[in-house]
Structures are given as C-alpha cells and as structure tokens.
Design a protein around this ligand. Sequence first.
Ligand code: ADP
Length: 438
Amino acid sequence: AEPGSAAPEWVPHPDNAVIARSGLENFERVFGRRPEGIWQSPGRANLNGEHIDFLGGRCLPLALPYGTLVAAAPRTDGLLRMRTLEPTLDEGIVEVRVEDIGPGRPEGWTGYVAGALWGLHEVAECTPGISIPEGFGADMLIRSTLPVGGGLSSSAALECASILAFAGMITGSDEHDDARRAALAHACMMAEVRVVGANTGGLDQTASLRSHAGQVVSLDCRDFSITYRPADALLDGHRLIGVDTRTPHWLGGHEFSSRRLDAEAAARFLGADRLRDLLPETPSQDDVETVLRRWEDAAPTAEQLVGRDPGDAFRRLRHALTEMLRSEQIDALLAGETGVSVPCAVGRILTSGHASMRDDAEASFAAADLIVDTALSAGADGARLIGGGFGGSVLMLVPEQNVEAVTEAVAAAVVKAHLPSVRFLDIQPADSGHLVCR
Ligand code: ADP
C-alpha cells in the first residue's frame, strides 16, 4: 500500500462453533439456565434482482458465511424473553406476552423475533408436523456476525434463526425438508410485513432458509420455486467481495416503499397483477422495449397512476423490467447455456445493474457510486449496490490477481472522499439456517 493509504479491513469468517460455546455461557449468565440449543441463519447477497421480488421477478441470492445466532430455551408460561448482544441495540432482557404479539407489537428489534413466533402460529395449521403447545414461549439470546442494517439482511437472518429455534424446540427435530423451509420462510415474510410493518417480498427469508453451500439460488418469485445453480463457473479464478459501506439504510424504509408503489402502479396501469407477467418466459431486450413503448404511447397521467408521478413510475418500470431481464441472463450464464466466460459476462451485468439502481430505481448513494467506479477502474469485472438501497453494501466480482489492488483502491477512495471507512466481506455461498448445537 502507498504511504497514507488505508489498509483494507476484512470481516473474518465467523467460527459458529466457537461463538456458540461463548453463547452457552452468556445464556446461562443472562437467563440463569442452559439453552436447549443454538441455531444460526445467514444473511444474503444478491447477484441480481433488487426491487423485483414483489413484482414476481427472478432473484439470484446466495447465503453468506455471516449471519445471526440465537440461543434459546422453551417456556410454558406464554412469555417471550429476549436479549440481543448487539451493542447498539442491547437494552437488557425485553419481555413480551406471546398473546400480545400483533401488528406493530412489539416495536423495535424484538418485533423480528416475536414476529417469527407469530408467523409460525399463522402457518402452523397448514404445515404438517408443527403443532405449537398452549402457553409456548421462550428465552432467546441473539448475536449477529454480519453488519446490522448493512443491506445484507440481518433482519431476515434474525427472523429465520428465531423461527428455526422455535420450530426446533417445538418439534424436537432440526431436519426440515424444503416444503417445511418454504413455509417457515413464508411465516418470516408475513412477520416482517404484518408485525414489523416493513415491505418485504420474501427474497431475503427464502435465501436465509433455502440456500445450499456452493450454490446460487435462482428464485422465481412468481411461485417461489428454486433452481440451484453451482457457483463454480462464476468463482473460477474470481472472488465475490462484499463492501459494507457503513452507511446504514435506516432512513430508506419510506423511500423503498415509495419505489414499490411506483412500480406497482405502473404494473396495474399496464394491466398486470405482477409486472413479470408482461414479459415472456425467456425475455429479450426487445420484449422489454415493447413494454416500455406501450407505456410511452399511452403516456399515463398521475391520475391514471393512483397519484404516482408518471416520470418516476416510468423509471421504476424500466428498472424492474431490465432487472428481470438481467436475472434471466445471469441465470442462463450460470446454467452453462451460453459458452462464454461466466465471470466476465456476469461482471458486465452486475455493473449495468448498478447503473439501473442509480438512475432508474434512484436508490443509490454517494459511497456506493464511488466504490463501484473505483472498483471497476482498479480491475473488478463488475460491481453493484445490493439490498434495498439508500445505504447498505456493494457486491464486487474481482479476478483473484486484482483483489489486493481493488480493495486497496476502494479503501483509499472512501477515506479521500471523507466517507465512512469500509469493511470487506469474503463471500462464498454458504448453507442455509440450521442447528449449531444442542
Ligand atoms: P438489514 O439490511 O441488515 O436487514 P434492516 O434495517 O432491514 O437492515 O434490519 C436491521 C434491523 O434488524 C435492526 O434495526 C434490528 O431491529 C434488527 N436486527 C438485526 N440484527 C439484530 C441483532 N443481532 N440484534 C437485534 N436486532 C437485530
């Protein structure tokens, strides 16, 4: 590194077994008894498919080696007692009566944990093998190994680790087949929408609960069916690196919801329940342009768009359609259907995805734009903002031999621009949530 430049800071891969051992001790200190088990569920990165899960598009997430651990023991008095070890959120034990959980209750971070139990109650009736005993509650201790609020789905990791703990304690088994895992993911999504009150389309929860190590999850959000694509060709001589911009997206909730309203209004104007239905099974650039021309010919007014601004709605439409196309293109590349160099082609698509997030979704921010530009000039094959936007993380695809140059350039660029110093995460597709120890 040049004198005065910042050395890149990496977030090491957590050793869940080691963390679980200290978790056992902490649990006993906090709750005065031993936990029944410790469960972990991962955060996620998304190769492509931001802001389109709720429109029925394809998303390409992969589970991270980083996530959230929950140590838990059951109760029979209908109480949920929760504590997080996340320094900025820890307020000691928070106690909630299970019967009081509902829309907006409890508020704050405990809503994700309590919401998971609420969601499990919602799906229990139609999920074979899940029967929740009267008065079921739990003591729960939480610890994350990924940045909280960093666009890597710490919230979904928390919900999913919690629901695995609940399901494990209730059934006495931690072997859940894919149908059960899909039901649990749906329960967590409902929890986030109804209890926490956040607009989520199910991508994050699916990635956390239904991933496989070494695979990209090719998720069709029309029916939440998955095709697993091996990541080997993508990672051949390359690394996927996350950049935590340390710009939390706390203030992005309202903006994100407004993007969703724009896109949904555009879909409805074009006569589609789900925007994805306007494109054929295997869409081309021409198909995207045909829909965009239809829009331009119709030139809808704000009144026809339930009050949404027509210019905004058009840009959200263009982001969503091109993002859907990019997902199908990457999916075909990962399926080995094209015969071209996968990292190089995927890299280009990542970068055009960033331009779309910046210009059409208008969800980017200064640090992300700077990091993407810097990474590309320093030798990355591609880079883009991932997560909902307005803060969060950047994903870079970097040839092995350029990793040092790219991370050093990015670390130096943010310092020079007086932005928060970044942290790098080495992303290898990990397994979905599971029991760590009992
Ligand atoms: P992210 O991109 O990380 O999912 P969100 O804003 O969607 O960001 O979710 C972050 C929120 O999730 C936190 O504000 C907190 O309420 C909750 N959360 C995540 N991890 C933890 C944790 N370890 N302990 C307590 N709450 C957590």
